[in-house]
Ligand binder design. Sequence first.
Ligand code: SF4
Length: 506
Amino acid sequence: MTLIQITQPAPVATEQPGERQNGAGLVQISPLDSPRSNSEALAPKKLCSSSTAIAPKKLYIKTWGCQMNVYDSKRMADVLRPLGYSEVSEPDDADFVILNTCHIREKATEKVFSELGRLKKHKTRRETEGKSTITAVAGCVAQAEGDVITERVNHVDLVFGPQAYHTLPEMIAQLTGAYGANRIINTDMPTEAKFDLLPEEETAPSTPVAFVAVQEGCDKFCTFCVVPYTRGAEFSRPTKQILTEIRNLVAAGAREIQLLGQNVNGWHGIGLNGETSNLGRLIYQIAEIDGVERIRYTTSHPRDMHDELYAAHRDVPQLMPFLHLPVQSGSNAILKAMNRKHDRDEYFRIIDKLRDYRPDMALSSDFIIGFPGETDQDFADTMEMIERVKFTSAYSFKYSQRPGTPAAILTHQIHESIKDLRLQTLQNQVTTHQQEFNKSFEGKIVPVLFERSGNKPGQIMGRSPHMQSTYVLIPPHQIDRMIGKTMDVCITGGYQGSLAGDLVTT
Ligand code: SF4
């Protein structure tokens, strides 16, 4: 068996840069002994155009995790489309199966292995029918644990990290060519190349909300987080490229643009004048594109808030009054142990300033409960912060160790029963605030951008400016023509997780 491994070791890697393993048929091509960089070696010059007819093939992508992964999956489909692949919703008869993984949640790797177990049956059945299937593991689990995957599962053909999907045509050619490898691991970390291979025209988005990755990677190194190791250093796409992509998306039917990045408000791409820009400035420019009705951005870091971004919240009507601003803990001691590089007072100052500029701003956050060493007082500080800010939603999780991160080896791990109790207390409080916030909308008229049909007959779902899911009943035959429209809705019910209302007719 030939296995090609292309890897630029990240800090969690067990091997050293340039190390070459010769056992078990594994060849590592490292940047130190390659005449060209890996990205150069693999980067496609352009997608091939051939006069030979391309056989249609089926592609199944299963995506876990954040919107960035959803975005990457869409781009994988874009890269593979010229090779004849069209997406299907079930893996049963797919020629190519990609598991695009997330490493943030607990037991992420185990979930991938159990999915691979299920996929093996499809692969075996198709083999008996004389059909081959390429099975790939992509994303952050692939980046962090590619070696483990290939060691444990022999029916995986491709393992590639989040920065390598633009090389899919080359990887497939290496797998299927006359002198093809049996397996490929590509965890190289070139930064910009993957964004250079965007389609000139966008396919129509399935909802009027389109996601645009403007920034990727992280240099912050919070002690609990794997992202700096799996996504690499912070990289910002240039303004011109972003504006072109958004214009294409709007032409294809998008109405709301959600800008994505691990530290999206730290975006610092090259502006149209050739100088370094910032996210606030970029938002002003996006707002000038005809047809952009709404703009949001996620995920932000408190340290990257800046004056032009505050001003954009005041000046740009399309910028929605909702911000997800993770804080993780309300305790200064825990924030320090997490290496967040800001304290609770700084977070409060940011919230106050945002509300000075945009008084109706709603906020959500992330919380990690039971970080090593978290005392009752630390947790009380977090609860006090929640009471003061009154978040309208929050993602909260019990701390769990991530191999390779500094916090994983900290002593004073918190007992599960204490974490459970604290998590429940926190979630109850956030739920109360969410309910109160949604209830306060009863009787108000809210502009709702409709995204899709609801689960009940005649139900249509959209979002308010504050990101509340809003449900309206209309005649079923009108649903299709309503999707993509922003309509005024009179709110008749405010519940914990949603609003209900009636269309305002004039
Ligand atoms: S800022 Fe911290 S939590 Fe966010 S991606 Fe970077 S290291 Fe992870």
